[in-house]
Structure formats: structure tokens, C-alpha cells
Write a protein that binds this ligand. Structure first.
Ligand code: PLP
Ligand code: COI
Length: 340
């Protein structure tokens, strides 16, 4: 059955689909994979996910190619990352095969929601895990549920592929220096809400968080990593408090292939004076070019894009990423899983 979705106008939001896929860890083992049509979960009122934030998630996408085939981008890497997140907050890691099987199943079951080639939209896959055990004392759960939901999405930033302005704000930290920033845990996003809300109220698309220890170096950009082009080099922050973005990792590979040097290192705020391009990169954001970065504490404005247009390198990154994801360029890095 077709849907009546206007694919070209899809926002980045939740749109109900037909099925989600679930699996429970109980008595020391993962059970059978279940297919559900329910959009709700039944939880104990004292479950650890509700009280002590034992919740981790992933975000990845499936694309329909010109050839009609459906491709999932870097499925295995997302499996690995959710396992790291699980270890980070003492949850039960989902085995790679189970993660892959459930994502593929959720995509197949909701085939009619995979946006058509050329629409600019994709099927967002949101695997997540929650602690189920009732606890009042602060302790990890021993029962967990892993769920994969999918939903068709359009661009994360409403403006699509065009520059947006972001801001530096020192009043809030997203995470602590040796805290949970390197894992994809729900609590990090709760901690970013107030800063994000203030930034949006001031007309910025995101906050460029600084390192929480010294507030000297760039960390990451809302729900995305940050990169810039300086003297023709790809530079991106190295920090214990940022999420290792799989998109950023892919861009570093593409940048090297394009003959650029790649530097992962501390980047000071002042260096923004010298960059020719900057962008927020992530599954949702893809590469969102940045026009201007305003430091709201000092009043300093860093104008990155002099002509108001996305830079040539970011434009080429998006072209190449999209070509690989849609099967128009060969997948020479083993990034693609074709859904048969
Ligand atoms: N940083 C944060 C805080 C994120 O939420 C995301 C999104 O997943 C990213 C970076 C980008 O990571 P990826 O490219 O793996 O989606
Ligand atoms: C993603 O890019 O997949 C994310 O998780 C960002 C998000 C929290 C919307």
C-alpha cells in the first residue's frame, strides 16, 4: 500500500510507520526477536531507564538508490558504537549480528516508508536500548529491551543544504570532561536542551559547545560533530567529550582521497578566524554548512562564508557521500549493506 507522504516536504521528525522490532535481555540472555505494531512500551514505574537514564541510542539511515536497491550506511559501525555506549553506562551490549538483523528487519517491514530516489529524504533508523529492572537504589538493571524504530525523514535543518549560523555559549556544558559525551546516551541530549533552546530563540541553528574543562577548544556542534577547512586541510576536534561521529569518520576518509591532509586535534576558538569553511556533520545533519559563528559571550563574530554560499569542499563531500549512499559511486570502503 502506498503512503500519501509528500516526500520532498518531509521534516526531520517522527512519522508513524507500520512496525518496530524488539528484543529483551532477561535471565542473562537475549530472547526472540519480536515484531510489534504498537508505538508504546509497557514499563515498570521504577525501571532504571526512567530514573537513572539507562538509555542509549543510535541513528543511521537507509537510502533508495536509482537502481531501486535499498542501502544502509555503516550499519556495523553503529552496532559497535551502541556497544561502546552500553559498556559506558553498564548496560548489556547488543550483539552485532542481532543489531544488524533487527535493523534490516525493521527496514524491510516498513519498505513502503523508504523515500523514493531523488526526493532528498531517507529512512532514519533509530535503534535504542533501555534498562527495565525496577530499582530505587542507584544500580544498573539486569533486564534490558532493545528496540528498532524507523521513520522517514527530510533534512535536519529546515533550510536544507544552505548555510546556517551557530553560536558559542559558555553558560552550559553538554557533558563533563571525563563524562558521557563519547557515548550516545539520552542524558547528554537532555543536558543540551536548555542551551539549544536559547540558541534557537536567538536565531541560531545550533550551539558550538566548547571543551567543558578549559572552555578553550571547540568540541561539537549540537547533535553533530564539527569540522573546518584551514589552509586546505580538514581539521576536526579531538576530545574525550565528543561523540565519535561515523559521518565525520567517513569525511576524513573522503578528504584524504581528495588529497587533503586531515588533522584531528585541539582547535582553539581563535582559529575560527583562519578557516575557509566549517560545517556540522552527522547522520541527521549530513554536512550542514556554517555561515557565521557568533561568540555570544565576547560579541566576536566569525564570518566563515564570505559569499553566503556553502563552500566547495563541503559541497563535494555531500555529493560524494550521497553518491555512495545511493549506489552511484562504488562502495570501496565496505560502508554499505544492501537490503536484499
Ligand atoms: N555528535 C552528537 C552529539 C550526535 O548526536 C551525533 C549524531 O549521531 C553526531 C555527533 C554525529 O554522529 P554520526 O555521524 O555517527 O551520526
Ligand atoms: C543523528 O544524527 O543520528 C542523531 O542522533 C542526531 C539526533 C539526536 C537528531
Amino acid at each position: 500500500m502506498d503512503t500519501d507522504i509528500d516526500w520532498g516536504k518531509l521534516p526531520f521528525g517522527y512519522y508513524p510507520t507500520d512496525y518496530n522490532v524488539r528484543c529483551t535481555f532477561r535471565d542473562g540472555k537475549w530472547g526472540a526477536v519480536e515484531v510489534s505494531q504498537s508505538e508504546t512500551v509497557n514499563l515498570h514505574i521504577a525501571a532504571t531507564c526512567l530514573h537513572y537514564s539507562q538509555e542509549i541510542f543510535e541513528g543511521l539511515k537507509a537510502f533508495r538508490g536509482k537502481d531501486g536497491k535499498v542501502r544502509i550506511f555503516r550499519l556495523r559501525d553503529n552496532a559497535k558504537r551502541i556497544q561502546d555506549s552500553a559498556r559506558g553506562i553498564l548496560m548489556e551490549p547488543v550483539p552485532t549480528e542481532l543489531f544488524e538483523e533487527m535493523c534490516i528487519k525493521a527496514v524491510k517491514l516498513n519498505e513502503r516508508f523508504i523515500p523514493p530516489y531523488g526526493s532528498g529524504a531517507s529512512l532514519y533508523i533509530r535503534p535504542f536500548e533501555i534498562g527495565l529492572t525496577p530499582r530505587v537504589g542507584v544500580k544498573e538493571a539486569d533486564e534490558y529491551m532493545f528496540i528498532v524504530l524507523v521513520t522517514p525523514v527530510g533534512p535536519y535543518f529546515k533550510s536544507g543544504f544552505s548555510n546556517t549560523n551557530i553560536c558559542i555559549m559558555r553558560e552550559y556544558d553538554r557533558v563533563a570532561p571525563q563524562g558521557t559525551g563519547r557515548w550516545k546516551v539520552g542524558g547528554n541530549y537532555a543536558a543540551s536542551l536548555a542551551a539549544g533552546h536559547r540558541a534557537h530563540e536567538m536565531g541560531y541553528s545550533a550551539v558550538l559547545f566548547l571543551d567543558p574543562k578549559e572552555k578553550k577548544y571547540l568540541d561539537e556542534c549540537g547533535p553533530a560533530n564539527f569540522y573546518a577547512i584551514k589552509d586546505g586541510k580538514y581539521i576536526t576536534p579531538m576530545s574525550d567529550s565528543i561523540l565519535p561521529s561515523i559521518t565525520n569518520d567517513s569525511l576524513m576518509v573522503l578528504a584524504r582521497e581528495m588529497g587533503m591532509e586531515v588533522e584531528r586535534r585541539h582547535i582553539t576558538v581563535d582559529e575560527l578566524e583562519e578557516v575557509s569553511e566549517a560545517a556540522a556533520c552527522g547522520t541527521a545533519a549530513v554536512c550542514s554548512p556554517i555561515g557565521e559563528i557568533d561568540d555570544i559571550d565576547t560579541g566576536k563574530k566569525y564570518v566563515i562564508s564570505k559569499d553566503g554560499k556553502p563552500g566547495p569542499i563541503t559541497t563535494e563531500f555531500v555529493r560524494r557521500l550521497e553518491a555512495i549512499r545511493h549506489g552511484e559511486e562504488p562502495d570501496t570502503h565496505g560502508w554499505i549493506t544492501i537490503v536484499e
